[in-house]
Design a protein around this ligand. Sequence first.
Ligand code: URA
Length: 231
Amino acid sequence: MNSRRKEILNELGLSPQWRIKSGNIENTEQTLPPESNAPNQSQVLDMNWQQLKHEVIHCTACDLCQSRTQTVFGSGDENADWLYVGEGPGAREDAIGEPFVGPAGKLLDNMLTALGLQRDHQVYIANIVKCRPPNNRNPEPIEVKQCQPYLVRQIELIKPKIIVALGKVAAQSLLGCNENISSMRGKLYTYSEIPLIVTYHPAYLLRSLQHKAKTWEDLCFAKATMQLLSE
Ligand code: URA
């Protein structure tokens, strides 16, 4: 991080408070069954984009690989300033291999447009887990843990200026906490020194329209933070 950004984050009281549950990563080996095909943490953390994509396509680290049609790696600008992180692929994403291409994705596209952004320009979209959980259930903690090195490496490669966590699963997994979404909204967190803002998941907004205004507030907060950091 450049020193000006560091200074601003310090002024905002944002010396790192939250980090991805690094304990999870370090402890991964201990809690996995011996036969697991867990991604090798240190190898993944050395991979370039091509190697990482190849690793994810062939991943069999958890049971989600058995029911997936294909993995959903993530997509967008690999040098993006903005990283949006969802929970995991749904049915359409599983069929097409791209994140957020169903109805929730349309809403996400509209939110990006409202912010003056487009999904392939300065924006990268990824998920906590790369395979669809059956029946759109939440990913299990072991699935999140197994998939975590991939997202960690994606973030290292992208080096986004801001991360927007879409929904509770994304926020809790990235921040390593159990707080509910309403208490996480409106706060500025950091993930590995990158500012992180939490908002509702677009699929939730499709069911609870009254939360759209709050999401807009969150996105404006994210944009203002970005502008401050870009000065
Ligand atoms: N919901 C998510 O969390 N991610 C997707 O890619 C699609 C729907």
